[in-house]
Structure formats: structure tokens, C-alpha cells
Ligand binder design. Sequence first.
Ligand code: NAD
Ligand code: ZN
Ligand code: ZN
Length: 340
Amino acid sequence: MGKWMKAAVVHEFGKPLRIEELPKPEPGPGEVVVRIEASGLCHTDIHAAHGDWPIKPKLPLIPGHEGVGIVESCGAGVTEVKEGDRVAIPWLGYACGVCEYCVSGWETLCESQQNTGYTIDGCYAEYARASARYVVKVPKEVDPFDAAPLTCAGVTTYKAVKVSGARPSDLVAIFGIGGLGHLALQYAKIAGATVVAVDLFDEKLELARELGADYTVNAREENPAEAITKLGGADAAIVVAVSPKAFEQAYQALRRGGRLVLVGLPAEGFVRLPIFETVLRGIQVVGSIVGTRIDLAETFELHALGRTRVVYEKRPLEMVNECFEAVEQGKAKARIVFQV
Ligand code: NAD
Ligand code: ZN
Ligand code: ZN
């Protein structure tokens, strides 16, 4: 337990990350320092490193918001967790706790929020500092390497399925079977829906079938909107693909009264919607951003009950740049989790 730690750092948008030795963080009041065991690679980390979005992250930046590890030290006034607890450090790194959003169950909309691995340093490191109030305890039944992808991919899609309103008689389409999508389809199944999975790669669709998808569509070979319309149209479509085209196809796959849930955040961030059809067909369009601490606790609970399967490949943090490339090319199997 020296004073230094290894971390992967973004210095310039679009340039490779550098593995560096940095001073180990110290916990301030209300904060903890966590010794990271497992750190998931979310596609958001790639967007952050590329500076893809209208709001840019801090630079230099340690990315990563699927960090799981053991609380090593607590700052003054910490009561929420104690040394030795296993916790998850999610995207919602901090919220004010007192605004209208925070007190009404929508802390993920807090205007004073800080985001792990974006506005504050994250978990691509041996140690991470976090607000004790916003880490979430990992139940002992949940393996840390399963817990990491659940910390963003899991909670985000668990919430998106709630937002979709999916019910047992519904047909739910999931566009994009990557880190988020492989879990989205499982939550839609848990909600009782019939699921159609859409991706560009056969291996991803094979995985989707293994995980319970009832139908699959390869969007390179077939128009997904037509294929899903033949099945009666989707009551809800959840889009976690990193491509505006997928959002338009998902819109066209909806039946009357259907709901389009936007989750993926591609760099070129616009979709064209026909006003006339949206109005006459009573279509709903809604954005869904991660989930609250309670959503994450529920996500862990479902996993502890054996109701979800997390598919991941372990990699050393030193391979971060190769791993980014593999995810961008659709070559990674569901999630990559760094062993740090
Ligand atoms: P990923 O790269 O693991 O998965 C994306 C999947 O989409 C891949 O399987 C890819 O093959 C597939 N895909 C790409 N183009 C497609 C198309 N045209 N049609 C169908 N499938 C297509 O990425 P991820 O980590 O699952 O993240 C997905 C997106 O969600 C990213 O943009 C990420 O930033 C965003 N995200 C949003 C939230 C949120 O709260 N809204 C949270 C986490 C991640
Ligand atoms: Zn994420
Ligand atoms: Zn708030």
C-alpha cells in the first residue's frame, strides 16, 4: 500500500490512453477510497475519450464508472459504508440530495450531479475516490466481475425496461446486443415480454438467443422495421445501439401506441421523426439515463437471485487501447472487464 497507483489516463481527445503512475487519492469529508478489483468498459468511456458529446469531460481524465472494489479508507463523517465493504462506483458519482429531482426519486436528473469517469476521475485505476453516499453495496452473493457490468450496463437497462412499461403480453425490441443490450433483453424477459433482438453481427444474435431472446434480426441482412412489423410491431423498442440509423429503424418497428426508449448515445446525435405519423399513431419517445441507487440495489438483488447472467471477458488494464478498438468494431463479447 504505497502512495502511488496505476491508472489509465486520457490526455487528449481521440489519442490513445496512457498507463501512468499517479498519486493515490485520499478521502475528503464524506468520501471513501476504494481499492478497485474489477472495472467494466462501457461504450460511454470511449465517447468520453473521443470527446464525442456536446458536454466534454474533464482532462486529463481517468475514465470508468463500473468500478467494484473494497473500501480501504473513509474520510471524516462517513456513516454509509465502512472499511472492508465491497461497493460499486456508478456513473452517478454525486447528487445534491435536496433538489426537486433528488427528493422525488429522480436523482439521476439532479442538475448538480457529478459523473464518475467524466466530470470526476473514475475507476480505470487501482484506487478510486468516491462520495460515500453514492456508492452502492455489492451483496456477498454477487461476484465482483459480475457486479462491474451491472453497475452501468445492468442498472441502465433495468431502468430502461421499467421506463418502457414492458408487460407480459408485449413485444419488446432491443436494438444493439452489446454490454447494455445483453442485459436489456434479460430484464425484458423478466418483465414477461416477448423479445426480439437486433444487431449487425451473428455472434451477438447467437448470444441473444442463448440469453432468452425469442426472435433475432440481423440488420445487415434484413430491414428490422419490416421484420418486426411482420411479428405485429413492437410495443416498446429500447435502443442501445451506437448508431442513429438504429433509432430510426426502431421507431419504424413500433406498433400504434408504442414507446421508443432512447438509451444509446451516438456521437452524431440526431434522429428525424415524422410528426404526422407520431401524432396519428400515438407514439411516445422517451430518453432514459442510467438508474438510481435503488435501481442498482435491485439490479444486484436480481443477480443474487440467479435471474440474470453477465457475459464478460477479463482483460488487464494495460490492454485498454486494444479493448476500445475491439468494442468499436463490435468484436468484444458483451462486456470487457479490466482486472486492476
Ligand atoms: P457496445 O458497443 O457494447 O454495444 C453496442 C451494440 O450495438 C454492439 O453490439 C453493436 O454491434 C450494436 N450496433 C451498432 N450499430 C447497430 C445498428 N445499426 N443496429 C443494431 N445494432 C447495432 O456499447 P454499450 O456499452 O452497450 O453502450 C451502448 C450505448 O449506450 C453507448 O452509446 C453508451 O454511451 C450508451 N449508454 C447510455 C447510458 C444511458 O444512461 N442512457 C448508459 C450507458 C451507456
Ligand atoms: Zn456506462
Ligand atoms: Zn439534486
